[in-house]
Ligand binder design. Structure first.
Ligand SMILES: C[S@@+](CC[C@H](N)C(=O)[O-])C[C@H]1O[C@@H](n2cnc3c(N)ncnc32)[C@H](O)[C@@H]1O
Length: 312
């Protein structure tokens, strides 16, 4: 799983956690839907494991979805365009980045967006209050080399070509269209101040609205999983989803925070993965067998209801 292709860094990407998350997802699904797809890490990993042949990638950020559509359906064109833009850098690579950023903000051209994502600080998309992309270039790097980019683009395309539907809807609109045999994996934007715009992503989402949307999925018997809040040592970040939803909460260790290590503390960062009641009822056998062999970094919490646990 470590060698899966990924064309861009994206802050908040689940790329490093995908193998852990997949262990709690069904082995076979009719269609995998990511309403907050970002860089489609879970779909890429699920495609590599052949869990399904049908994917629906959605993200409110339209240039990002258009970018993935091109990567998946026209990998050669995308890789050529990247190589052209990358090679134009010459001596003034910072000036070149700002020029491309200006052009992108006028055109929303996904080919320009790929270069910006490959070149910007920490792969972190940032927008100003007018919705313009305003992230700065990483001054120490020139962005992924074209040959490496091509390999990653072709890799993603070979896993997903001809299997995806692409949309850039608000997640609530998408969830209304989900069918009974679909499986939905959700990784909403990190919770800043709820209801407010989160400049790290395209938009923030409202906590109460999100809870309501999950309630509706439960009522319709749709299986889903959500990556949501997290914890650093004893400090929780983000609001925990309410118990009334009947979700099982699993904590996945992300690692030791570099700041804690510097301060000589042993604080571990964890991220929560919530499993829906429908998923639990379908997957119970798989989960119990998994938990008995659980790697050390996973902890099953017994917070919601009676459920077998794996202790560390
Ligand atoms: C945490 S990121 C997802 C990261 C993804 N799992 C990955 O591995 O790259 C959240 C994504 O939600 C998108 N988003 C924000 N608000 C949204 C909304 N209302 N509906 C759909 N997508 C939204 C953002 O553009 C962002 O790409």
């Amino acid at each position: 799983m470590a060698n899966l292709p990924h064309p861009v860094q994206y802050q908040g990407s689940k790329r490093n956690l995908a193998a852990h998350i997949l262990r709690f997802l069904p082995n076979r699904v009719e269609r995998l839907i990511e309403p907050f797809a970002g860089t489609a890490s879970i779909s890429i990993a699920a495609a590599a494991e052949q869990r399904t042949q049908k994917f629906w990638l959605n993200d409110l950020n339209n240039p990002l979805i258009e970018l993935f559509k091109l990567i998946i359906e026209n990998p050669g064109d995308m890789a050529d365009a990247y190589a052209d833009i990358w090679s134009e850098q010459h001596s003034d690579s910072i000036g070149h980045y700002f020029e491309i950023r200006k052009k992108f903000n006028k055109t929303n051209d996904p080919k320009l967006f790929l270069y910006l994502l490959a070149r910007c600080v920490k792969g972190a998309v940032r927008y100003n209050s007018g919705g313009l992309f305003n992230q700065s270039p990483d001054k120490r790097r020139k962005g992924t080399k074209p040959a490496t980019m091509r390999k990653n683009i072709e890799g993603v395309s070979s896993l997903l070509k001809g299997k995806c539907q692409f949309t850039s809807l608000d997640y609530k609109q998408l969830l209304n269209q989900v069918q009974n045999r679909d499986f939905v994996y959700m990784d909403p934007p990190y919770q800043g101040v709820c209801g407010c715009r989160d400049s790290r992503y395209f938009s923030g989402i409202d906590f109460e609205e999100f809870v309501l949307a999950l309630e509706h999925l439960n009522e319709r018997g749709i299986a889903f999983a959500v990556s949501y809040d997290g914890r650093l040592g004893n400090k929780t970040f983000g609001r925990v989803l309410p118990e009334s939803l009947g979700l099982k909460r699993i904590e996945i260790e992300v690692g030791r925070s570099s700041q804690s290590t510097l301060l000589g503390r042993k604080e571990i960062t964890t991220e929560s993965l919530y499993l829906s009641p429908d998923l639990i009822s379908r997957q119970f056998a798989d989960l119990t067998s998994y938990t008995s062999n659980a790697p050390k970094q996973l902890t099953l919490l017994e917070k919601h209801g009676n459920f077998s646990t794996a202790t560390r």
